[in-house]
Design a binder for this molecule. Structure first.
Ligand SMILES: [Zn+2]
Length: 448
Protein backbone atom coordinates (compact mmCIF):
# COMPACT_ATOMS: atom_id res chain seq x y z
CA UNK A 1 0.00 0.00 0.00
CA UNK A 2 1.20 3.54 -0.83
CA UNK A 3 0.35 6.33 1.65
CA UNK A 4 0.30 9.85 0.26
CA UNK A 5 0.15 13.12 2.20
CA UNK A 6 0.68 16.79 1.58
CA UNK A 7 3.85 16.56 3.65
CA UNK A 8 6.14 13.67 4.51
CA UNK A 9 8.67 14.23 7.31
CA UNK A 10 11.30 11.47 7.07
CA UNK A 11 13.37 13.06 9.95
CA UNK A 12 16.72 11.82 8.57
CA UNK A 13 16.19 13.72 5.29
CA UNK A 14 14.36 16.93 4.28
CA UNK A 15 10.55 17.27 4.26
CA UNK A 16 8.84 16.23 1.01
CA UNK A 17 5.85 18.17 -0.29
CA UNK A 18 3.22 15.93 -1.90
CA UNK A 19 5.12 12.88 -0.77
CA UNK A 20 4.38 9.18 -0.43
CA UNK A 21 5.59 6.13 1.48
CA UNK A 22 5.28 2.61 0.09
CA UNK A 23 4.79 0.02 2.84
CA UNK A 24 5.03 -3.70 2.19
CA UNK A 25 5.39 -6.64 4.57
CA UNK A 26 5.54 -4.28 7.55
CA UNK A 27 8.56 -2.42 6.11
CA UNK A 28 9.14 0.88 4.39
CA UNK A 29 10.08 -0.16 0.86
CA UNK A 30 10.17 3.23 -0.86
CA UNK A 31 9.39 6.89 -0.24
CA UNK A 32 9.74 10.21 -2.05
CA UNK A 33 7.65 12.60 -4.17
CA UNK A 34 4.22 10.97 -4.61
CA UNK A 35 4.27 11.02 -8.43
CA UNK A 36 7.61 9.20 -8.50
CA UNK A 37 6.62 6.59 -5.90
CA UNK A 38 3.39 5.87 -7.82
CA UNK A 39 5.32 5.54 -11.06
CA UNK A 40 7.79 3.10 -9.55
CA UNK A 41 4.99 0.93 -8.11
CA UNK A 42 2.03 1.31 -10.52
CA UNK A 43 0.34 -1.89 -9.34
CA UNK A 44 0.02 -0.65 -5.75
CA UNK A 45 -3.19 0.66 -4.13
CA UNK A 46 -2.93 4.23 -2.82
CA UNK A 47 -4.37 5.80 0.34
CA UNK A 48 -4.41 9.59 0.09
CA UNK A 49 -4.43 11.61 3.31
CA UNK A 50 -4.65 15.00 1.53
CA UNK A 51 -4.09 17.88 3.97
CA UNK A 52 -1.96 15.95 6.45
CA UNK A 53 1.59 15.42 7.67
CA UNK A 54 2.92 11.85 7.62
CA UNK A 55 5.86 11.17 9.93
CA UNK A 56 7.46 8.31 11.86
CA UNK A 57 5.73 7.40 15.12
CA UNK A 58 6.98 8.93 18.34
CA UNK A 59 9.30 7.02 20.65
CA UNK A 60 8.24 7.71 24.22
CA UNK A 61 11.50 7.26 26.14
CA UNK A 62 9.87 6.95 29.55
CA UNK A 63 6.36 6.07 30.66
CA UNK A 64 4.52 3.82 33.12
CA UNK A 65 1.31 2.61 31.44
CA UNK A 66 0.15 0.78 34.56
CA UNK A 67 -0.07 4.09 36.49
CA UNK A 68 -2.45 5.71 34.00
CA UNK A 69 -5.48 5.57 36.26
CA UNK A 70 -3.68 7.86 38.77
CA UNK A 71 -4.09 10.77 36.34
CA UNK A 72 -4.76 14.04 38.11
CA UNK A 73 -4.85 12.61 41.64
CA UNK A 74 -1.93 14.55 43.12
CA UNK A 75 -1.65 17.55 40.85
CA UNK A 76 -0.17 20.15 43.15
CA UNK A 77 2.37 18.34 45.34
CA UNK A 78 6.13 18.63 45.58
CA UNK A 79 8.06 15.54 44.56
CA UNK A 80 8.54 14.12 48.10
CA UNK A 81 4.91 14.58 49.11
CA UNK A 82 3.75 13.28 45.73
CA UNK A 83 5.87 10.13 46.15
CA UNK A 84 4.47 9.46 49.63
CA UNK A 85 0.85 9.84 48.52
CA UNK A 86 1.48 7.78 45.43
CA UNK A 87 3.02 4.90 47.41
CA UNK A 88 -0.05 4.79 49.66
CA UNK A 89 -2.48 4.89 46.72
CA UNK A 90 -0.61 2.16 44.81
CA UNK A 91 -1.35 -0.34 47.56
CA UNK A 92 -5.10 -0.06 46.98
CA UNK A 93 -4.98 -1.69 43.55
CA UNK A 94 -4.77 -5.34 42.49
CA UNK A 95 -3.57 -6.91 39.25
CA UNK A 96 -7.00 -6.52 37.54
CA UNK A 97 -6.92 -2.81 38.35
CA UNK A 98 -3.41 -2.40 36.95
CA UNK A 99 -4.49 -4.26 33.82
CA UNK A 100 -7.33 -1.73 33.34
CA UNK A 101 -4.94 1.14 34.03
CA UNK A 102 -2.36 -0.05 31.49
CA UNK A 103 -5.01 -0.41 28.78
CA UNK A 104 -6.05 3.22 29.32
CA UNK A 105 -2.43 4.30 28.89
CA UNK A 106 -1.82 2.15 25.81
CA UNK A 107 -4.97 3.56 24.20
CA UNK A 108 -3.80 7.11 24.76
CA UNK A 109 -0.32 6.35 23.40
CA UNK A 110 -1.54 4.86 20.13
CA UNK A 111 -4.17 7.57 19.68
CA UNK A 112 -1.47 10.22 20.22
CA UNK A 113 0.94 8.87 17.63
CA UNK A 114 3.28 7.11 20.06
CA UNK A 115 4.39 3.85 18.45
CA UNK A 116 7.29 2.82 20.71
CA UNK A 117 7.43 3.01 24.47
CA UNK A 118 10.10 2.47 27.11
CA UNK A 119 7.93 1.46 30.02
CA UNK A 120 9.22 0.82 33.52
CA UNK A 121 6.72 -1.64 34.91
CA UNK A 122 5.45 -2.17 38.41
CA UNK A 123 2.87 -4.69 37.17
CA UNK A 124 4.67 -5.99 34.09
CA UNK A 125 1.97 -8.35 32.93
CA UNK A 126 -0.57 -5.51 32.82
CA UNK A 127 1.67 -3.42 30.59
CA UNK A 128 2.76 -6.30 28.38
CA UNK A 129 -0.80 -7.39 27.74
CA UNK A 130 -1.95 -3.82 27.06
CA UNK A 131 0.92 -3.27 24.62
CA UNK A 132 0.11 -6.54 22.88
CA UNK A 133 -3.57 -5.65 22.57
CA UNK A 134 -2.86 -2.25 21.01
CA UNK A 135 0.05 -3.50 18.89
CA UNK A 136 2.51 -1.12 20.60
CA UNK A 137 6.25 -1.60 20.22
CA UNK A 138 7.16 -1.90 23.89
CA UNK A 139 10.37 -2.10 25.84
CA UNK A 140 9.24 -3.17 29.31
CA UNK A 141 11.73 -2.68 32.13
CA UNK A 142 10.91 -4.75 35.22
CA UNK A 143 11.10 -2.50 38.27
CA UNK A 144 13.15 -3.71 41.23
CA UNK A 145 13.16 -2.25 44.74
CA UNK A 146 15.35 -3.25 47.70
CA UNK A 147 17.39 -1.59 50.42
CA UNK A 148 18.07 -4.64 52.62
CA UNK A 149 21.29 -6.24 51.37
CA UNK A 150 20.60 -9.46 53.27
CA UNK A 151 17.75 -10.07 50.81
CA UNK A 152 19.60 -9.41 47.54
CA UNK A 153 19.57 -13.03 46.36
CA UNK A 154 15.84 -13.27 46.94
CA UNK A 155 15.18 -9.95 45.15
CA UNK A 156 17.31 -11.03 42.19
CA UNK A 157 15.57 -14.40 41.94
CA UNK A 158 12.15 -12.72 41.97
CA UNK A 159 13.23 -10.21 39.30
CA UNK A 160 14.51 -13.07 37.14
CA UNK A 161 11.22 -14.93 37.48
CA UNK A 162 9.23 -11.84 36.52
CA UNK A 163 11.42 -11.30 33.46
CA UNK A 164 10.95 -14.91 32.35
CA UNK A 165 7.19 -14.59 32.84
CA UNK A 166 7.11 -11.43 30.72
CA UNK A 167 9.12 -13.09 27.98
CA UNK A 168 6.50 -15.84 27.86
CA UNK A 169 3.66 -13.41 27.19
CA UNK A 170 5.65 -10.88 25.12
CA UNK A 171 4.35 -10.18 21.63
CA UNK A 172 6.66 -10.01 18.62
CA UNK A 173 7.29 -6.27 19.12
CA UNK A 174 8.09 -6.45 22.84
CA UNK A 175 11.42 -6.58 24.63
CA UNK A 176 12.21 -6.95 28.29
CA UNK A 177 14.79 -5.17 30.44
CA UNK A 178 15.54 -4.37 34.08
CA UNK A 179 14.76 -1.25 36.07
CA UNK A 180 16.37 -0.70 39.44
CA UNK A 181 13.83 1.92 40.52
CA UNK A 182 15.95 4.78 41.93
CA UNK A 183 18.89 5.43 44.29
CA UNK A 184 16.50 6.02 47.22
CA UNK A 185 14.75 2.63 46.74
CA UNK A 186 17.64 0.44 45.59
CA UNK A 187 20.86 -0.04 47.55
CA UNK A 188 24.28 0.40 45.95
CA UNK A 189 24.98 -3.31 46.30
CA UNK A 190 21.69 -4.20 44.64
CA UNK A 191 22.43 -1.79 41.77
CA UNK A 192 25.76 -3.53 41.32
CA UNK A 193 24.19 -6.99 41.39
CA UNK A 194 21.50 -5.99 38.89
CA UNK A 195 24.09 -4.42 36.58
CA UNK A 196 26.10 -7.66 36.57
CA UNK A 197 22.95 -9.67 35.97
CA UNK A 198 21.88 -7.41 33.09
CA UNK A 199 25.32 -7.64 31.43
CA UNK A 200 25.35 -11.40 31.80
CA UNK A 201 21.93 -11.76 30.17
CA UNK A 202 22.20 -8.92 27.64
CA UNK A 203 19.40 -6.81 29.13
CA UNK A 204 19.03 -3.07 28.93
CA UNK A 205 18.62 -1.19 32.20
CA UNK A 206 16.51 1.91 32.89
CA UNK A 207 16.68 3.74 36.20
CA UNK A 208 15.19 6.94 37.62
CA UNK A 209 18.21 9.05 38.50
CA UNK A 210 18.94 12.49 39.93
CA UNK A 211 15.26 13.41 39.56
CA UNK A 212 14.74 15.68 42.57
CA UNK A 213 16.54 17.74 45.18
CA UNK A 214 15.00 15.37 47.74
CA UNK A 215 16.96 12.51 46.16
CA UNK A 216 20.20 14.54 46.18
CA UNK A 217 19.72 15.37 49.88
CA UNK A 218 19.00 11.74 50.69
CA UNK A 219 22.07 10.35 48.90
CA UNK A 220 24.49 13.09 49.93
CA UNK A 221 23.37 13.79 53.52
CA UNK A 222 21.09 10.86 54.43
CA UNK A 223 18.34 13.29 55.37
CA UNK A 224 15.11 14.84 54.11
CA UNK A 225 11.67 13.45 53.29
CA UNK A 226 13.01 10.38 51.47
CA UNK A 227 15.31 9.50 54.38
CA UNK A 228 12.60 9.78 57.00
CA UNK A 229 8.90 9.73 56.04
CA UNK A 230 9.42 7.64 52.92
CA UNK A 231 11.63 4.98 54.55
CA UNK A 232 9.21 4.72 57.42
CA UNK A 233 6.27 4.29 55.05
CA UNK A 234 8.03 1.53 53.10
CA UNK A 235 9.32 -0.16 56.29
CA UNK A 236 13.03 0.47 55.75
CA UNK A 237 13.51 2.69 58.79
CA UNK A 238 15.18 -0.13 60.73
CA UNK A 239 18.01 -0.29 58.17
CA UNK A 240 21.15 1.75 58.62
CA UNK A 241 21.37 4.80 56.39
CA UNK A 242 24.83 6.14 55.60
CA UNK A 243 25.26 9.55 53.95
CA UNK A 244 27.52 9.17 50.92
CA UNK A 245 28.64 12.76 50.58
CA UNK A 246 28.29 12.53 46.84
CA UNK A 247 25.71 12.97 44.06
CA UNK A 248 23.26 10.24 42.96
CA UNK A 249 25.11 9.83 39.64
CA UNK A 250 28.56 9.50 41.25
CA UNK A 251 27.08 7.19 43.88
CA UNK A 252 25.94 4.78 41.15
CA UNK A 253 29.30 5.00 39.41
CA UNK A 254 30.94 3.71 42.60
CA UNK A 255 28.79 0.58 42.29
CA UNK A 256 29.71 0.01 38.64
CA UNK A 257 26.11 0.55 37.57
CA UNK A 258 26.82 2.28 34.24
CA UNK A 259 27.44 1.16 30.67
CA UNK A 260 26.05 1.92 27.20
CA UNK A 261 22.96 -0.20 27.84
CA UNK A 262 21.82 1.99 30.72
CA UNK A 263 19.10 4.64 30.37
CA UNK A 264 19.15 7.32 33.06
CA UNK A 265 15.66 8.76 33.46
CA UNK A 266 15.37 12.48 34.37
CA UNK A 267 18.91 13.61 35.44
CA UNK A 268 17.52 17.00 36.46
CA UNK A 269 20.06 17.31 39.28
CA UNK A 270 23.13 16.61 37.17
CA UNK A 271 26.23 18.79 37.50
CA UNK A 272 28.80 19.19 34.76
CA UNK A 273 31.00 16.53 36.39
CA UNK A 274 27.97 14.20 36.73
CA UNK A 275 27.37 14.59 32.99
CA UNK A 276 31.03 13.71 32.35
CA UNK A 277 30.43 10.48 34.27
CA UNK A 278 27.38 9.67 32.12
CA UNK A 279 29.40 10.39 28.98
CA UNK A 280 32.32 8.22 30.10
CA UNK A 281 30.02 5.19 30.15
CA UNK A 282 27.84 6.29 27.18
CA UNK A 283 24.72 6.29 29.37
CA UNK A 284 21.59 7.50 27.52
CA UNK A 285 19.13 10.01 29.01
CA UNK A 286 15.31 9.98 28.99
CA UNK A 287 14.37 13.65 29.29
CA UNK A 288 10.92 14.22 30.87
CA UNK A 289 10.61 18.02 30.98
CA UNK A 290 6.94 18.31 31.82
CA UNK A 291 6.88 15.78 34.65
CA UNK A 292 10.01 17.42 36.11
CA UNK A 293 8.44 20.86 35.93
CA UNK A 294 5.07 19.74 37.28
CA UNK A 295 6.60 18.05 40.34
CA UNK A 296 8.77 21.10 41.00
CA UNK A 297 11.96 19.10 40.40
CA UNK A 298 13.49 21.70 38.09
CA UNK A 299 14.80 21.85 34.54
CA UNK A 300 17.30 19.23 33.36
CA UNK A 301 20.53 20.63 31.84
CA UNK A 302 19.58 19.55 28.33
CA UNK A 303 22.11 21.79 26.60
CA UNK A 304 24.92 20.16 28.54
CA UNK A 305 23.63 16.66 27.76
CA UNK A 306 23.67 17.53 24.08
CA UNK A 307 27.02 19.28 24.03
CA UNK A 308 28.52 16.29 25.88
CA UNK A 309 27.19 14.11 23.04
CA UNK A 310 24.82 12.03 25.17
CA UNK A 311 21.98 10.16 23.50
CA UNK A 312 18.78 11.91 24.58
CA UNK A 313 15.14 10.94 24.02
CA UNK A 314 11.94 12.55 25.26
CA UNK A 315 9.60 10.81 27.72
CA UNK A 316 6.19 11.75 29.01
CA UNK A 317 6.61 9.88 32.32
CA UNK A 318 3.37 8.45 33.72
CA UNK A 319 -0.07 10.00 33.84
CA UNK A 320 0.42 10.16 37.63
CA UNK A 321 2.88 13.03 37.13
CA UNK A 322 1.89 14.28 33.68
CA UNK A 323 -1.78 14.36 32.87
CA UNK A 324 -1.52 13.75 29.14
CA UNK A 325 0.67 11.46 27.04
CA UNK A 326 1.15 14.10 24.36
CA UNK A 327 4.55 14.15 22.66
CA UNK A 328 3.74 17.44 20.89
CA UNK A 329 3.34 19.01 24.31
CA UNK A 330 6.65 17.44 25.43
CA UNK A 331 8.48 18.76 22.36
CA UNK A 332 7.21 22.26 23.08
CA UNK A 333 8.10 21.94 26.74
CA UNK A 334 11.58 20.72 25.78
CA UNK A 335 12.13 23.75 23.56
CA UNK A 336 10.52 26.39 25.76
CA UNK A 337 12.11 25.36 29.07
CA UNK A 338 15.51 25.09 27.42
CA UNK A 339 15.17 28.48 25.71
CA UNK A 340 13.84 30.12 28.87
CA UNK A 341 16.60 28.71 31.07
CA UNK A 342 19.27 29.73 28.54
CA UNK A 343 17.61 33.10 27.78
CA UNK A 344 18.20 32.25 24.14
CA UNK A 345 15.85 31.41 21.30
CA UNK A 346 18.52 29.85 19.11
CA UNK A 347 19.66 27.09 21.50
CA UNK A 348 17.07 24.62 20.21
CA UNK A 349 14.91 24.40 17.08
CA UNK A 350 11.62 22.66 16.31
CA UNK A 351 13.55 20.32 14.04
CA UNK A 352 15.88 19.28 16.87
CA UNK A 353 12.95 18.61 19.21
CA UNK A 354 11.20 16.48 16.58
CA UNK A 355 14.41 14.55 15.98
CA UNK A 356 14.74 13.93 19.72
CA UNK A 357 11.11 12.69 19.97
CA UNK A 358 11.65 10.16 17.16
CA UNK A 359 15.25 9.20 16.28
CA UNK A 360 16.57 10.39 19.65
CA UNK A 361 14.30 8.01 21.55
CA UNK A 362 15.16 5.20 19.14
CA UNK A 363 18.89 5.74 19.79
CA UNK A 364 18.25 5.65 23.55
CA UNK A 365 16.56 2.27 23.14
CA UNK A 366 19.09 0.95 20.63
CA UNK A 367 16.32 0.59 18.03
CA UNK A 368 17.40 3.37 15.66
CA UNK A 369 18.19 0.79 12.96
CA UNK A 370 14.54 -0.36 13.10
CA UNK A 371 12.39 2.73 13.79
CA UNK A 372 12.56 6.50 14.39
CA UNK A 373 12.58 7.71 10.77
CA UNK A 374 11.13 7.09 7.34
CA UNK A 375 13.95 5.24 5.65
CA UNK A 376 13.96 2.29 3.28
CA UNK A 377 14.31 -0.96 5.21
CA UNK A 378 12.97 0.36 8.50
CA UNK A 379 9.79 -1.05 10.01
CA UNK A 380 6.66 0.92 9.08
CA UNK A 381 5.76 2.85 12.25
CA UNK A 382 3.89 5.83 10.80
CA UNK A 383 1.60 8.56 12.07
CA UNK A 384 -0.63 10.98 10.18
CA UNK A 385 -1.56 14.39 11.61
CA UNK A 386 -4.59 16.25 10.28
CA UNK A 387 -3.79 19.83 9.25
CA UNK A 388 -7.37 20.85 8.42
CA UNK A 389 -7.78 22.74 11.67
CA UNK A 390 -7.37 26.50 11.94
CA UNK A 391 -4.51 26.21 14.41
CA UNK A 392 -2.32 25.01 11.52
CA UNK A 393 -3.20 27.75 9.05
CA UNK A 394 -1.35 29.14 7.25
CA UNK A 395 1.51 26.65 6.86
CA UNK A 396 4.92 27.44 5.42
CA UNK A 397 7.11 25.04 7.30
CA UNK A 398 5.49 21.68 8.23
CA UNK A 399 7.99 20.98 11.04
CA UNK A 400 7.29 24.32 12.67
CA UNK A 401 3.51 23.86 12.22
CA UNK A 402 3.66 20.40 13.75
CA UNK A 403 5.91 21.13 16.72
CA UNK A 404 4.46 24.50 17.72
CA UNK A 405 0.82 23.94 16.69
CA UNK A 406 -0.22 20.28 16.86
CA UNK A 407 -1.56 18.28 19.76
CA UNK A 408 -2.50 14.67 20.36
CA UNK A 409 -6.09 15.13 19.06
CA UNK A 410 -4.76 16.00 15.60
CA UNK A 411 -3.39 12.47 15.11
CA UNK A 412 -5.89 10.42 13.08
CA UNK A 413 -3.86 7.48 11.82
CA UNK A 414 -1.27 5.26 13.50
CA UNK A 415 0.52 2.33 11.92
CA UNK A 416 2.89 0.06 13.85
CA UNK A 417 5.02 -2.53 12.08
CA UNK A 418 2.89 -2.07 8.97
CA UNK A 419 -0.36 -2.72 10.81
CA UNK A 420 -3.02 0.00 11.02
CA UNK A 421 -3.87 0.25 14.73
CA UNK A 422 -5.72 3.60 14.67
CA UNK A 423 -7.62 4.87 11.65
CA UNK A 424 -9.79 7.98 11.21
CA UNK A 425 -9.52 8.36 15.00
CA UNK A 426 -10.99 4.89 15.59
CA UNK A 427 -9.35 1.79 17.10
CA UNK A 428 -10.53 -0.89 14.67
CA UNK A 429 -10.39 -3.86 17.07
CA UNK A 430 -10.82 -2.27 20.50
CA UNK A 431 -13.87 -1.56 22.65
CA UNK A 432 -12.93 1.94 23.84
CA UNK A 433 -15.99 2.33 26.08
CA UNK A 434 -15.17 -0.85 27.96
CA UNK A 435 -11.66 0.41 28.71
CA UNK A 436 -12.96 3.78 29.91
CA UNK A 437 -15.61 2.16 32.11
CA UNK A 438 -13.07 -0.16 33.69
CA UNK A 439 -10.70 2.75 34.37
CA UNK A 440 -13.57 4.62 36.05
CA UNK A 441 -14.22 1.59 38.23
CA UNK A 442 -10.59 1.57 39.40
CA UNK A 443 -10.70 5.29 40.05
CA UNK A 444 -13.66 4.85 42.40
CA UNK A 445 -11.59 2.28 44.30
CA UNK A 446 -8.66 4.71 44.49
CA UNK A 447 -10.84 7.48 45.92
CA UNK A 448 -12.27 5.20 48.62
ZN1 LIG B 1 9.09 7.28 36.00
Amino acid sequence: MIYEAEWILPITSPAIRQGAVFVDGGSIVDFGPAAEVRERHPEQAVTVFHHAILLPGFVNAHVHLDYSVFRGLFDDCDFGDWMLRFMVAKRKLDSHDYAASALLGAMECVGSGITSIADTVFDGEATMRAANRFGLRAFTFVEVFGMDDTKINRVLKYAGERIERLKEIAGPLAKVGLSPHAPYTVSGRLYQTLAEYAREHGYKVATHLAESQAEVTYIRDGSGVLAHDFRELVGWDDLQLTPTGTSPIKFLEQYDAFDKNVIAIHCVQASRSDIEVLKRYDVAVAHCPKSNAKLGCGIAPLGEFLSAGLRVGIGTDSLASNNILDMFDEMRMTIFLHRASQASAVCMSAEQALEMATMGGARVLGSDHIVGSIDVGKRADLVAVDMEYSHFAPIDDPVSALVYGANQEDVFFTMIDGKVVYDKKVFPTIDVDEISRDADRVRVKLRA
